[in-house]
Each structure stands twice: as structure tokens, then as C-alpha cells.
Write a protein that binds this ligand. Structure first.
Ligand code: URA
Length: 219
């Protein structure tokens, strides 16, 4: 999506020199069957500017294919649009020399808050019929910390979501009602293979919801 230049400038200012790099815009259909909200881009994404284009992205694309969907049918974004990194000093095992590396890390609450105007803008522009959050960061950005993936995955939520107030100083509940399905982050499977049946079941739920949306539109 093309964001207003002011919005990107504002998000950068709100980030206030926290350790993040690059900027990856949300991407896909502006009339999507579903809007996915992930966590933050990683190394691959800041290099090629395509959300979910790394290992987790491959997993996400496999799930989409099973529903006969492609990137072009959906909109993909995340709570934070820059790559949060940490700084680690270590000894390189091969060269035995000291080095400094910058691995990906989970975004902080402050970073999610800094980029909140962007996600609010995307949701206001697209007015998605269905939102699916991928992981806890996207879920808690929109529904608050009482919601967790382990507790709420695969259960459709219908109600207001959290958005910034007019002054952009805190979150408040939206006037509009949304349909939101919490899903595991696609990378979850790399750490815990036993989640496979749960994840498959959640995606079947998603498929049924997309089907319901279509039926609703044609009635
Ligand atoms: N995880 C996310 O949440 N977004 C990406 O673009 C990649 C990985």
C-alpha cells in the first residue's frame, strides 16, 4: 500500500531511534478476502520489501495455497513495519574472532505503539471483512493483553478493536465492529511441530469464515 508521506515520517519520529531498521509496506489486494496482521518484518523482508517472504512466509504461502488463495487475494501487514534487532557480541565459531551480530527480535510495546498509526490507517482504508492475526503481537495490538494465541486461537472474535485516539496518545476501542480470527504465527511450527493439528484446524475455520463472508456478500 502507498501510505501518505506524512504518515511514514510520523511513524519514524514516534519510533524515536529505537533499534529497528528498514521499512516494509503492507502489501496485497485493497479489497482482500482477508487481512493478515503479523509481528514485524525480518531480515529477508527489509531486503526485498515483501512481507512474509522468508521462512515463515513460505509456511504462510503453503497455508494460503491449501485455501486456493495467493498473496494477490489477501492483504498482508504487521503491527510493526521495521525490523527490530538486538546487538549481540560473540566469538565466531569458525574464525574464532570476536564479532557483533544483529539478530531479529520481538518488537516491544513501545515499538508497536510507535507504528500504530500505520496499522490504523491500513484498517481504515481497507475496512477488512475479516482480520486474521498471526501470533501474539498482532493479536494483542488489536485486542489487548487479555488475549493470547494459546487461549484464543481459532475462535472468531466479533467486536471493537483497539485503535489510537485522535491525539494518538493512547489506544481506545473502535466504534466499528470487526471480525477477527486469532491464528498462530506461521513460525510457531518450527519450534513446536506438535501444533500441526491445531494449526490445520484453525485454517479450516478460516476457510469456512471466508466462505461465509462470500455468501453474505452475495445475499
Ligand atoms: N513475521 C512477520 O510478522 N512479518 C513478516 O513480514 C515476516 C515475519
Amino acid at each position: 500500500m502507498n501510505y501518505p508521506t506524512e504518515l511514514i515520517k510520523e511513524a519514524k519520529q514516534r519510533m524515536n531511534n529505537r533499534p529497528v531498521e528498514g521499512f516494509v509496506a503492507g502489501q496485497g489486494s485493497l479489497e482482500p478476502k482477508i487481512m493478515f496482521v503479523g509481528e514485524a518484518p525480518g531480515k529477508n523482508e527489509v531486503e526485498n520489501h515483501i512481507p512474509f517472504s522468508g521462512q515463515a512466509g513460505k509456511e504462510l504461502m503453503t497455508c494460503l495455497e491449501k485455501l486456493s488463495l495467493t498473496r494477490a487475494d489477501v492483504y498482508i501487514t504487521s503491527a510493526v513495519r521495521s525490523r527490530p534487532y538486538s546487538t549481540v557480541e560473540r566469538v565466531n565459531k569458525r574464525t574464532k574472532k570476536e564479532e557483533v551480530v544483529h539478530p531479529n527480535r520481538t518488537p516491544t510495546k513501545a515499538e508497536v505503539f510507535a507504528h500504530a498509526p500505520i496499522l490504523d490507517y491500513e484498517i481504515a482504508t481497507i475496512k477488512p471483512e475479516l482480520i486474521a492475526t498471526l501470533g501474539n503481537i498482532g493479536l494483542q495490538r488489536l485486542l489487548g493483553k487479555d488475549y493470547t494465541v494459546s487461549k484464543n486461537h481459532g475462535q472468531l472474535y466479533v467486536g471493537p478493536i483497539l485503535e489510537l485516539n485522535k491525539q494518538k496518545t493512547h489506544y481506545e476501542w473502535s466504534k466499528d465492529t470487526y471480525r477477527l480470527l486469532p491464528l498462530f504465527h506461521p513460525a510457531a511450527i518450527f519450534y513446536n511441530r506438535s501444533l500441526t493439528p491445531l494449526i490445520e484446524h484453525d485454517w479450516e475455520t478460516l476457510e469456512a469464515l471466508i466462505h461465509d463472508t462470500k455468501k453474505g456478500n452475495s445475499e
